[in-house]
Design a protein around this ligand. Structure first.
Ligand code: NAD
Length: 510
């Protein structure tokens, strides 16, 4: 692989020789150089099975990593275990300074990291340049700032007293999904490391590259060797990490079926868990809503990242009086989507992450048609290389249809009709998932009443899919356990120790 004709940069061994990897207006100087990152350095080991990295915009193999062998898994866990006491013994200010320095480096290299994120996921550079390394940097900065503020409390008991120490859990395992590889690595690493834990992170096998850059940048920022490690592999590698006695906590971002397995495996070792799982979230649009804003919310909640966002509002309930105006404006605005090369900054809609994911979405589109939903627009694969699917909208969808019940994780919106609030809220909640929910209305009282009634971890009023680091993010029901981001994440990466102090003599019965 080479960067561009007039660039001296040479391809590192990880990458394949292909023209695809030319950065669209820059030089690809930030490639990871080996499959794993262990104990402060890139760690190559071709003993495990090969995992091809496919560029979704062309279908070409652009790189190849190798699954972690047992020896690599052991080396990563041993490094994390060995590094943890000294990392925890540093002051929060010292730990935080390193995380904040890493945030600064990420922001400085946003362009290169965004290009890499686009190669890894196929998401348009227009998105990756504002949503991936940037939100990862926000997490490192936020939890870096918080590290120095983590304290226990003093509890007076007459003359005696108790104090609590907020202590790290130990070695944490992070397991990522493929849609936001840089962000997911940092949403897990930043709070874990701020609390004095160390981490072994396993990215999704579909997008293995970006987490390696996170490890490299943390190391450059001064992170001691072994505090953050990355190993590659499929579910079997994740399962080995979870089963290891050295591991105190598992944080997964993935689907509900994987969540069940990971939660069960963690339970047998009584390990802490955070589960960020799938969703089928409702978005309710009332007659009195601002149509343009409601259409914007529906677009953000269905077509950003080609629909591959866990919190998407894919069941769009639209009240009768606004339905035609909503569908008309939606169709017009979808026409304006710029579908194409994700590395062109003008492109606003890119390919899906993989052929498999595209086939899954196509299967749901066929099911929607079979079951009688009305196809308003899209529905087809584009006639070009790569895994491109048209933004797709179904109307007249019934609650019982498969496309209204199952997570598709692709650019497929289901529009459902409703008459009034009393009817729509129970329908919106009638799902096993509970990740997110949104409402568009000008009636503030109604908006807050519905937000309170939603059975979901993250709710939106006249907006959709915001996820700033300052606010808790996570799901209820099958969508998850625990919260990421915000002060709430600290509770999931630390434990309290109570220390009882007797100031006088101690009485005993005999
Ligand atoms: P997935 O469940 O297939 O895989 C997730 C990760 O788990 C991968 O790294 C995979 O290798 C690993 N894994 C698989 N089996 C395992 C096992 N038995 N033990 C340990 N690890 C195992 O999910 P995906 O297809 O990568 O991602 C899409 C899913 O993720 C969707 O359901 C989406 O909603 C969800 N997601 C949730 C959030 C959230 O914050 N709630 C964010 C992004 C994605």
């Amino acid at each position: 692989m080479w960067c561009c004709p007039d660039c001296n940069w040479r391809a590192p061994p990880l990458f394949r020789k292909t023209r695809t990897s030319i950065g669209f207006d820059g030089h690809m100087t930030t490639q990871p150089t080996a499959s794993h990152f262990v104990n402060g350095a890139y760690h190559g080991n071709a003993g495990g099975s090969a995992i091809p990295v496919i560029y979704p915009a062309t279908g070409e193999e652009i790189a190849r990593v190798h699954s972690a062998t047992d020896a690599v898994v052991d080396a990563a866990l041993a490094a994390a275990r060995a590094a943890q006491p000294a990392w925890a013994a540093m002051t929060g200010t010292e730990r935080g300074r390193i995380l904040r320095r890493a945030a600064d480096i990420m922001r400085e290299r946003n362009h290169e990291l965004s290009v890499l994120e686009t190669f890894d996921t196929g998401k348009p550079y227009q998105e990756t340049s504002v949503a991936d390394a940037t939100s990862a940097a926000d997490a490192l900065e936020y939890f870096g700032g918080m590290a120095a503020t983590l304290t226990g409390e003093h509890i007076q008991l007459g003359h005696d007293w108790v104090y609590t120490r907020r202590e790290p859990l130990g070695v944490c395992v992070g397991i990522g999904a493929w849609n936001y590889p840089t962000q997911i690595a940092c949403w897990k690493a930043a709070p874990a490391l701020a609390c004095g834990n160390t981490m072994v992170f396993k990215p999704s096998e579909t997008t293995p590259l970006c987490a390696l850059k996170v490890a490299e940048i943390l190391t450059e920022a001064g992170l001691p060797a072994g505090v953050f490690n990355v190993v590659q592999g499929l579910g079997d590698v994740g399962a080995k990490l979870i089963a290891d006695d050295r591991v105190a906590k598992v944080s997964l971002t993935g689907s509900v079926p994987t969540g069940r397995k990971v939660y069960a495996a963690a339970a047998s070792g009584i390990k802490n868990v955070t589960m960020e799982l799938g969703g089928k979230s409702p978005l309710i649009i009332f007659d009195d809503a601002n149509v343009e804003n409601a259409v914007s919310g529906a677009i953000l909640g269905n077509f950003y990242s080609s629909g591959q966002v866990c919190s998407n509002g894919t069941r769009v309930f639209v009240q009768g009086g606004i339905k035609e105006a909503f569908l008309d404006r939606l169709s017009v605005r979808l026409e304006a989507a710029v579908i194409g090369d994700p590395q062109d900054p003008k492109t606003s809609f890119g390919p899906m992450v993989s052929e498999r994911q595209m086939e899954i979405a196509l299967g749901y589109i066929a099911k929607g048609q079979e079951e009688g939903a009305r196809l308003v627009c899209g529905g087809k694969r584009l006639n070009r290389n790569g895994f491109y699917l048209q933004p797709t909208v179904f109307a007249d969808v019934a609650d019982t249809m498969t496309i209204a019940r199952e997570e598709i994780f692709g650019p497929v919106m289901a529009v459902l009709d409703f008459d009034d609030e009393a009817e729509v809220v129970p329908r919106a909640n009638a799902t096993e998932f509970g990740l997110a929910a949104g409402v568009f209305t000008r009636d503030l009282t109604r908006a807050h009443r519905i937000a309170a009634a939603f059975e979901a971890g993250t709710c939106y009023i006249n907006t959709y899919n915001d996820a700033p680091v300052e606010a808790p993010f996570g799901g209820s029901k099958l969508s998850g356990v625990g919260r990421e981001n915000s002060k709430a994440a600290i509770e999931h990466y630390s434990q309290l120790k109570s220390v009882y102090v007797r100031m006088g003599d101690l009485e005993a019965p005999f």
